[in-house]
Design a protein around this ligand. Structure first.
Ligand SMILES: NC(=O)c1ccc[n+]([C@@H]2O[C@H](COP(=O)([O-])OP(=O)(O)OC[C@H]3O[C@@H](n4cnc5c(N)ncnc54)[C@H](O)[C@@H]3O)[C@@H](O)[C@H]2O)c1
Length: 397
């Protein structure tokens, strides 16, 4: 760690403020009521791996929250992050970070299997928590996380950024305004391509493989979490799922075709997934061909991209009344969805309001994802609401 970058709270410094571990949040929190916090909030980002670089810009010129501290158990990642983003403090030990009473919000960007215990520890330390998707690996873990946030009076947000992707946000507004009439079908496409993306560290692939071994398919449970989250956000809760899911290259849960009925809408949902090993798809992020088509009783909406730009087409198109309306100038960089998500949560914490997604919603998406995985395996009809961890363990062998 470069000497000049060491802070008073260096991991090798004194165990700063251990007694502050139960400090109450000072901001407009659930615990403190929905009152407005006068000062800017202070966030700490924990887990400075691959995705963290997309979280940091959300704090630049953020009127409600500053990047105050960062933490990773890998020293070189802390150094690189401190060099780039100049947080006031940095830690190698998560427990020491939690003891810092100045921190209002903790963003957890660690591998999935660590989310549950880290969220609970952060909530117990009185911090508001944002945790990257997928929320956790089991329904029992989700319940414990929700309960810890409730008990400590802090907000819990599952950071699922696709619901903040500006073309999607606009599409949702158009649907709500009745521009396409009654939604009849909504189709999500995920085409994973192996060429055209930026560098992706092998270390990230490795821990993902271990999750896959435990039955959490990378396409449906991990990347699919985004699409399933949008599916619920757009239309509502899921009644029943059916599908077929095969395997590619031994571990990838693709190709697949899933479909579902909603509880309170006649709209039907479809999600198709495929892996194209030799398809080049240029992206600054992940090389995924992601599209959404929403068909309504008097119009249709297409979103043609998200993390990559497969088609030379506007990000968003509305067809109605015999006309095509192209949203050429809409913000459509995938990174915008991260910044908008970060800013939204800071506003919720500072001024009151419900985060998108709450812990409860995050749990529903975990349940929906398992329903898709199990429907794809058993080829039967699966109701997400019927799933418990025991049922999942039995059916997802
Ligand atoms: N929203 C998206 O589009 C998107 C994309 C990729 C990843 N993610 C999610 O982000 C999370 C992290 O993924 P990633 O790709 O950045 O993984 P990564 O392996 O690159 O980063 C994880 C980091 O956590 C650190 N870490 C592990 N244990 C720690 C501990 N106890 N204390 C402090 N640091 C610790 C590791 O050293 C590593 O730097 C996952 O939940 C993943 O699903 C989301």
């Amino acid at each position: 760690m470069p000497e000049s970058k060491k802070s008073a709270s260096s991991p090798r410094g004194k165990a700063a403020g251990k007694k502050a571990a139960t400090a109450a949040p000072k901001s407009g929190s659930a615990r403190g009521g929905a009152k407005s916090a006068k000062r800017k909030l202070r966030a700490a980002v924990v887990g400075l791996g691959d995705i963290s670089r997309l979280h940091m810009p959300g704090y630049v010129d953020n009127p409600d929250c500053e990047l105050y501290a960062v933490c990773d158990c890998a020293e070189e990642k802390v150094c690189a992050c401190v060099d780039c983003w100049s947080p006031r403090k940095h830690y190698a030990d998560f427990k020491e970070l939690l003891a810092d009473p100045s921190i209002d919000i903790v963003e957890i960007l660690t591998p999935h299997h660590l989310h549950c215990e880290m969220v609970i520890a952060a909530a117990n330390a009185g911090k508001h928590v944002s945790v990257q998707k997928p929320m956790c690996n089991s329904l029992a873990e989700a319940d414990r996380m929700i309960e810890a946030a409730r008990r400590n009076g802090v907000m819990l947000k599952v950071f699922e950024n696709f619901v903040f992707y500006p073309p999607y946000v606009k599409a949702k507004e158009l649907v709500a305004a009745g521009e396409i009439g009654e939604p009849l079908t909504v189709r999500f496409k995920l085409g994973t391509c192996m060429f055209g993306a930026r560098y992706y560290p092998l270390s990230v692939e490795l821990w993902h493989m271990l999750e896959v071994e435990k039955g959490m398919g990378q396409a449906i449970f991990d990347d699919g979490y985004h699409k399933l989250s949008q599916a619920v956000d757009l239309i509502g809760d899921i009644d029943v799922v059916r599908g077929w899911v095969d395997r590619s290259f031994a571990y990838a849960d693709m190709p697949g075709a899933l479909m579902w009925r909603y509880k309170n809408s006649d709209c039907l949902g479809v999600f198709d997934l495929g892996l194209s090993p030799n398809l080049y798809n240029k992206s600054n992020y992940f090389s995924a061909d992601e599209r959404i088509d929403i068909t309504g009783s008097k119009g249709s909406i297409s979103i043609t991209r998200c993390s990559a730009q497969m088609l030379d087409a506007p990000a968003l198109t509305l067809v109605k009344g015999g006309r095509r309306i192209l949203f050429d100038d809409i913000r459509a960089d995938w990174q915008d969805s991260f910044a908008d998500s970060t800013r939204h949560f800071a506003k919720c914490v500072r001024f009151g309001g419900e985060p998108l997604l709450t812990g409860e919603r995050g749990k529903k998406i975990v349940q929906f994802a398992y329903a898709c995985i199990i429907a794809g395996k058993t080829r039967g009809e699966i109701r997400p609401d019927d799933l418990t961890d025991d049922v999942i363990a039995e059916l997802n062998k």
